[in-house]
Ligand binder design. Structure first.
Ligand SMILES: [Zn+2]
Length: 376
């Protein structure tokens, strides 16, 4: 019997939204947080512990064997698949993509680790294989045709310091400025990233939540100040979440990409959306406070390092906070570093991100969420 993770229902924002969301008040585990900035967390009481979901999530096989072996597959053209709507989902209105799938679905855990991996990563890999896993998941949020260029630069610099596997959080139609399926170059690029061992994660759909008339002060704080209007799934109805996430997953399948996870924009996930993810067979989600494995009902507490670039004072506080958080998370099995494309524009932020990632690799293995959870 699957259990649902005990959700921490405090909404946390990610930092592309670019609020002071990287701050510690949402964290369940005890923390002193002397360097922590003041909380702006709206913490609506309405988002209390959800009742047990009436629909248990589909069974998900869970690997318990040793870490997956590298796998090399020839590039094969496959016919477009018919969309497979889950029960209750509304058929997609999205037109057929202009680009044919060119790869077979391939779970990212099976990806290769480049031979150029740094020595300390190799040593850490050996320890991981021996059962002493300490992992690092670096995720790049808000990947889309709009951010492909800067994402490529970020990935190249991370590879230089030994981060060869990333979670790429892809927004299907970023701010409604162009669906990724309408960008053949982006599609090919995304397929190449999956083949290289990076994990493709669904990250909302439009990544935008427009302000609505009659909102309460708390809603405004959460959706405008806290997330700058990016909290698409903050209060979305379950039925809408079911339809949208189902559609997004089908669209990735058209490229031969099988997605395991879903991360809500700004990490703001309504209760209804949380249940919808499980109905759809999504294997995991993340919040700023940790990783939630739907297949086992397990929580992996690990507050994500994340930077706010929206203003000078936020950038300054981000540097202090993340330095502190990195030290505090020293003993956690999983360390998470969340990067947003604008971070790259600020040398101070980017320097700290690379420094902390490089430091983490001294005794951690860079991996993906799917690999960390040993999902097949
Ligand atoms: Zn985002």
């Amino acid at each position: 019997m699957k259990r649902r993770p005990q959700q921490q229902q405090t909404p946390e924002a990610d930092l592309f939204s670019y609020a002071a969301s990287n701050f510690p008040t949402a964290q369940a585990e005890p923390q002193a947080g002397p360097a922590a900035p003041p909380s702006v967390n709206p913490a609506p009481e309405a988002r209390q512990e959800p009742p047990p979901t009436p629909e248990p999530p589909p069974s998900q096989p869970k690997a318990v064997q040793a870490p997956p072996k590298p796998e090399v597959k020839p590039e094969v053209k496959v016919a477009p698949q018919e969309p497979q709507l889950p029960p209750g989902a509304v058929p997609s209105a999205k037109p057929q993509p202009k680009i044919a799938p060119v790869t077979e679905p391939k779970p990212s855990p099976a990806a290769e680790v480049p031979s150029s991996a740094v020595a300390n990563s190799t040593e850490a890999t050996h320890r991981a294989h021996a059962g002493f896993s300490r992992s690092l998941v670096v995720s790049i949020h808000d990947v889309s045709p709009m951010t492909q260029e800067v994402t490529t630069k970020i990935m190249a610099e991370l590879a230089e310091i030994g981060v060869h596997r990333l979670a790429l959080l892809v927004v299907p139609n970023h701010h409604c400025k162009g669906h990724f399926l309408d960008h053949p170059d982006f599609c090919l690029w995304l397929q190449a990233q999956a083949r290289a061992g990076h994990e493709i994660v669904v990250h909302g759909y439009h990544h935008r939540r427009d302000q609505r008339p009659g909102e309460t002060f708390r809603q405004k704080v959460a959706t405008q100040y806290y997330t700058a209007g990016e909290g698409e799934f903050y209060d979305i109805a379950g039925a809408d979440a079911l339809r949208i996430v189902s559609q997004a997953r089908q669209e990735f399948r058209k490229l031969g990409l099988s997605t395991k996870g879903f991360v809500a924009p700004a990490w703001l996930l309504s209760e209804g959306a949380d249940r919808a993810l499980q109905r759809l067979g999504v294997c995991y989600t993340t919040r700023i406070s940790g990783l939630f494995d739907y297949t086992t009902g397990t929580q992996h507490h690990s507050q994500s390092l994340v930077w706010s670039s929206r203003s000078a004072w936020r950038r300054g506080m981000s540097l202090l906070w993340n330095a502190y958080l990195f030290r505090r998370l020293h003993s956690t099995p999983l360390l998470r570093i969340g990067i947003h494309p604008p971070d790259f524009q600020y040398p101070g932020l980017w320097k700290q991100i690379k420094t902390l990632a490089g430091r983490a690799l001294k005794d951690r293995v860079a991996t993906t969420y799917a690999a960390y959870l040993r999902l097949k």
